[in-house]
Design a protein around this ligand. Structure first.
Ligand code: FDA
Length: 280
């Protein structure tokens, strides 16, 4: 377990919010923004949801003013699976603190059993808040419609491929199909959306975004790239040097195991990194 803790540190900034903020300060010095995520998901009792809510409020207050107060949260941690009203109340509390501190809150997207409810709660929150954004997953068959609706409402969207195992009835399974779906959604968001985030490490998609936005004369400041802490750090710097906005997702906390395993499952290189270090 100790070895895993050490290895997880490639992908997780630390256990405390202070360690995450220090990472944010180092990124800021390199011209890179951060979004902070206190790891934890699937809360099934009201007290745990209240603790997760308070932790997000404290985090927003702890981030110094020199760094953007930008956090990502999981609705399942805020009581989504207990009751919609409880979740709405908890997330509203976080958005009130974000408003007070000039912060922004991104609702991460989880497995497909939560998609509909996450979007419904988000739309409810959007009636009262403009400092909240959503994540849409290109692998889901429903996402082109969700993108159209987000563009119509001028919601802020982070577009990712999708990290959860889903059945073929719900999501594309083939990487070529997922990339094709990603590009179509990205074009719609880049052309007509509100400051979309292109969240991927896939060079094919990063290069395509650069080429396509240049061809369409879409200014680099109208969108941002996002990548995960620990993945492709030299590319972050190149994108900043080329005039693009770059944000790194900085996870921290003690509940890092599910997040760590999702990263390992995604890429052979990530697994190889772990094995190389385990047997060194
Ligand atoms: P993928 O892993 O599919 O790799 C494709 C190609 O990218 C590779 O063949 C290689 O060319 C290149 N590549 C990837 N990693 C590399 C590396 N380390 N070094 C060099 N090349 C590399 N998911 C979700 O379901 N809900 C969410 O809320 C979020 N949030 C989120 C935020 C941010 C900022 C990011 C970047 C991602 C997410 N995700 C997510 C995760 C996302 O859905 C997806 O699972 C991962 O980003 C992996 O897909 P990629 O497109 O990044 O590359």
């Amino acid at each position: 377990m100790k070895a895993l803790t050490f290895l997880a540190r490639r992908f997780v900034a630390g256990e405390s919010p202070q360690e995450a903020v220090r990472v944010g300060e180092r990124l800021r010095a390199r011209g890179i923004h951060a979004t902070f995520d206190k790891l934890g998901e699937d809360v099934h009792d009201q007290d745990a949801a209240a603790r997760a809510t308070s932790a997000s409020c404290e985090l927003l207050r702890l981030i110094p003013s020199g760094i953007e107060r930008n956090i990502s949260i999981k609705m399942s941690s805020m009581g989504q699976e207990i009751s919609r009203d409880l979740c709405l109340a908890n997330v509203s509390q976080i958005l009130d603190v974000a408003r007070e501190t000039g912060g922004f809150v991104r609702l991460d997207m989880e497995g497909s059993k939560l998609t509909e409810s996450t979007i419904a709660i988000f739309q409810e929150l959007r009636k009262r808040y403009d400092n909240v954004g959503i994540v849409l997953q290109a692998y889901l068959h429903r996402t082109p419609d969700d993108v159209k609706e987000a563009v119509r409402r001028q919601d802020r969207v982070r577009l990712c491929k999708g990290a959860y195992r889903e059945p073929a009835s719900v999501a594309h399974q083939d990487m070529a199909e997922i990339r094709k779906a990603y590009v179509a959604c990205a074009h719609e968001l880049l052309a007509n959306g509100n400051y979309p985030a292109i969240a991927t490490h896939d060079e094919e998609l990063v290069s395509e975004t650069i080429a396509w936005t240049r061809a369409q004369a879409i200014a680099p400041k109208r969108f941002e790239f996002q990548m995960l802490y620990g993945l492709r750090s030299s590319r972050w710097q190149e994108l900043v040097a080329d005039g693009f906005n770059m944000r790194v997702y900085v996870p921290f906390g003690t509940h890092w195991v599910p997040y760590f395993y999702r990263r390992l499952r995604e890429r052979r290189e990530n697994l190889l990194f772990v094995f190389r270090n385990l047997f060194r």
